[in-house]
Design a protein around this ligand. Structure first.
Ligand SMILES: [Fe+2]
Ligand SMILES: [Fe+2]
Length: 162
């Protein structure tokens, strides 16, 4: 019981900081792309990451815990740096790495949901699975945006995340 609770708290703390990094990176990302439709789509994803952050913080507090300030600082800084990098790295790389990261987030929320289930926290399970589904949508969005890109053809094996 305690093991599951500790695991859940740790995953949620990591996710909370990860969502900050993602939101900041996407903020730089949508500002760096030229296509107005892509700008709008990535901006929406940024807002969804911030929404996840709120929800994760709520569950942490219900579990009697809180985000870890040091981790928030580090990941906040990573996100800001990635956001700036988007302006110089070209179009492909931010789209590609975003897709890969989203794929990890999908799994992270699923794993958290499994621990919440063990703890009998049904509402939490549903919320975490919903967030996992949204991360999957994000992953599919980035996958669809880069599909057919010339860099994916010669390097098919390297530039695949699943
Ligand atoms: Fe998210
Ligand atoms: Fe996401």
């Amino acid at each position: 019981m305690n093991f599951a609770k500790n695991k859940l708290i740790r995953i949620l703390q990591n996710a909370h900081a990860g969502e900050l990094a993602a939101a900041r990176a996407y903020n730089g990302h949508w500002k760096s792309v030229r296509d107005p439709k892509q700008k709008e789509e990535i901006r929406r994803i940024e807002l969804e990451e911030l929404d996840h952050r709120e929800r994760v913080r709520g569950w942490l507090s219900k579990l009697g815990s809180a985000p870890r300030p040091a981790r928030e600082k580090v990941f906040g800084a990573i996100g800001s740096a990635l956001g700036v990098l988007c302006h110089v790295s070209g179009w492909f790389l931010p789209m590609y790495f975003a897709g890969r990261l989203e794929s990890q987030n999908t799994e992270e929320y699923k794993e958290a949901a499994a621990y919440a289930k063990e703890l009998g926290l049904d509402e939490c399970v549903a919320d975490l699975l919903d967030m996992s589904a949204v991360e999957l949508e994000h992953e599919e969005y980035f996958r669809s945006v880069i599909a057919g890109h010339f860099l994916l053809r010669p390097a098919k094996v390297f530039f695949r995340w699943s």
